[in-house]
Ligand binder design. Structure first.
Ligand code: ADP
Ligand code: MG
Length: 242
């Protein structure tokens, strides 16, 4: 069995590769974009060529920046975080976008929530991906309910429930695949990246969807490092080496 990589290890390697490539490609792309802008006046006869090139470069940039948020363990910083605060900060970030799309964001939190050992930025990225998907699923407005509650003694359960278009059952199994998107301007990377980040936190994501909307349920162990951290030194028996 040692010959075979675990699915999670494969994902990790793929993620690191993707992030590495994204980093390498971004520099030359920035240069191309800069020089292209200098050439803008040369396109005077046909501006639409210039616009197509620019919009395609912007699209590549979007894909690269999404790939760059892929979990890179070296950059991960696990700290105790107030989950309520992380959620509130994410919602504040998306307030304007929600408002512009007539989407109301409601929250429902347990009065007492345990602290969560997590990488703040990565987790916020996951919340942003879910909430943005919900907003995009409601072109005529609607609501998103964000719930947070404690489950058993050491799990947090978060839910993002929207009143959007829903996901047809045959597509549900594909939504976490890289580049799977039903949107004209989508990258199809948001949920793949979210899956990767949540796996790094030893949690899991479940999607439930009907024609009336979608519920994304996130279950996270409060202190996942505990299970893999070696025992504290003072609890070790006093063996002498050699
Ligand atoms: P993108 O948003 O760029 O398309 P994602 O990985 O975030 O990529 O999502 C993949 C696909 O899953 C979306 O294109 C959409 O079809 C579907 N999806 C995800 N979340 C929702 C949601 N809340 N409601 C409806 N469809 C969704
Ligand atoms: Mg998305």
């Amino acid at each position: 069995t040692e010959k075979f990589l675990l699915q999670s290890e494969k994902l990790l390697i793929a993620g690191q590769l993707a992030a590495g490539i994204a980093h390498e490609v971004r520099n030359p792309l920035t240069a191309i974009k800069g020089f292209l802008q200098l050439l803008e006046h040369n396109f005077k006869d046909d501006k639409s060529y210039f616009e197509i090139i620019c919009s395609e470069i912007n699209r590549i940039e979007t894909i690269l920046s999404e790939l760059l948020t892929l979990a890179k363990p070296k950059n991960m910083e696990y700290k105790q975080n107030d989950i309520r605060q992380l959620l509130e900060e994410t919602i504040t970030l998306l307030d304007t976008e929600a408002l512009m799309n007539s989407v109301e964001i409601k929250t429902l939190y347990d009065a007492e929530l345990p602290e969560l050992l997590c990488d703040e930025n990565q987790l916020k990225q996951v919340f942003i991906n879910f909430i943005k998907n919900s907003i995009e699923a409601m072109p005529n407005g609607g609501s998103i309910t964000v719930e947070a509650k404690q489950q058993e003694s050491n799990y947090l359960q978060l839910r993002f429930i929207d009143t959007g278009c829903g996901i047809p059952e045959d597509l549900l199994k594909k939504i976490e695949e890289p580049f799977f998107t039903t949107k004209e301007k989508g990258t199809g990377l948001g949920l793949m990246i979210s899956k990767q980040i949540i796996e790094n936190h030893h949690g899991r994501i479940q999607y439930r969807s009907t024609g009336n909307g979608t519920m994304v349920e996130l279950t996270l162990p409060v202190n996942h490092i505990d299970s893999i951290k070696p025992p504290r030194h003072e609890h070790l028996p006093q063996y002498r080496l050699a």
